[in-house]
Design a binder for this molecule. Structure first.
Ligand code: ADP
Ligand code: MG
Length: 266
């Protein structure tokens, strides 16, 4: 069974898309069949992977609206990754979904038709807590929260944590936080070190040991339509995303074991 993971933070510019792409690529490179689903109408993840909105055929819009089985919306992408792209139609999808039956479960239903080969499905989310994000959280097993090392970052995720808790209570009891990843981190900057320390104090072991450095290479790679592994596989940002994938795989295995023993105990 695929582990479905939302990369979520309602703030823009915190490294969601960069994390979704490079984490998904790192998983694929480690031999885990991985699908990246671009749920942001801006389509940044798709264009970073060389599939801009104008070029994309069927994508997440058709899958969400039930016009096409999701298997017909997936294209092979870089580094062995598969992509369900955002096309231009995704801009209007949230409005169209608003009047549909089961409007918060559209993605759930779409992903039920996913080929069984996938070990990981990574969802890149828009910077909002709207209906698309709700669909993603309802369909997910876990959430990875990118946290930019800056002032007010922790205050910003309080809303997200409340939203995750509300979705768990109302729609999706299996939803957990898979972890918080510090992004755009510059260890030379005192504020970054302070925010990291504060995050570890508040969220403890939930914060991944791996920290994603602020690295020009990560910002440059998309303009060459490459992941960090295609662009500069030897750089420290590539090593960081590979290490993050390793930590995530271990956490997911532990979460599964806990769920299995809870089931057999009760
Ligand atoms: P979001 O999806 O949360 O809006 P992005 O991943 O698109 O955030 O990142 C916002 C901008 O910051 C992009 O231009 C991206 O290339 C850049 N960026 C993201 N992570 C890093 C990083 N670790 N180092 C340098 N630039 C980064
Ligand atoms: Mg984004």
């Amino acid at each position: 069974m695929a582990r479905i993971i939302s990369i979520s933070n309602q703030k823009g510019g915190v490294g969601k898309t960069t994390t979704a792409i490079n984490l998904a690529a790192a998983l694929a490179r480690s031999g885990h069949a991985t699908l990246l689903v671009d749920l942001d109408p801006q389509g940044n993840a798709s264009s970073c992977l060389g599939m801009p909105k104008e070029k994309a055929g069927n994508g997440t819009a058709e899958a969400l609206l039930g016009f096409e089985p999701i298997a017909h919306c997936i294209v092979p992408s870089l580094d062995g990754l598969d992509l369900c792209p955002a096309n231009a139609a995704l801009v209007g999808t949230e409005v169209e979904m608003a009047n549909m039956n089961n409007r918060e479960r559209r993605l759930n239903v779409a992903l039920d038709g996913l080929p069984s080969k996938y070990a990981y499905v990574i969802l890149d989310l828009p910077p909002s807590l709207g209906l698309i994000t709700l669909n993603a959280l309802v369909a997910s097993d876990g959430v990875v929260i990118p946290l930019q090392s800056e002032y007010y970052a922790l205050e910003g995720i309080t809303d997200l944590v409340h939203t995750i808790n509300a979705v768990r209570r109302s729609h999706n009891p299996r939803l957990v936080r898979d972890g918080i990843v510090m992004t755009l981190h510059d260890a030379r900057v005192r504020l970054c070190r302070e925010v990291e320390a504060q995050a570890r104090e508040v969220f403890g072991a939930e914060v991944f040991h791996t920290v994603i450095p602020r690295a020009v290479r990560l910002a440059e790679a998309p303009s060459f339509q490459k992941t960090i592994f295609g662009f500069d596989p030897g750089c420290r940002a590539a090593a960081a995303y590979q290490a993050l994938a390793g930590e995530l795989v271990t956490r997911v295995a532990h979460a599964r074991n806990r769920a299995d023993s809870a089931r057999s105990a009760g």
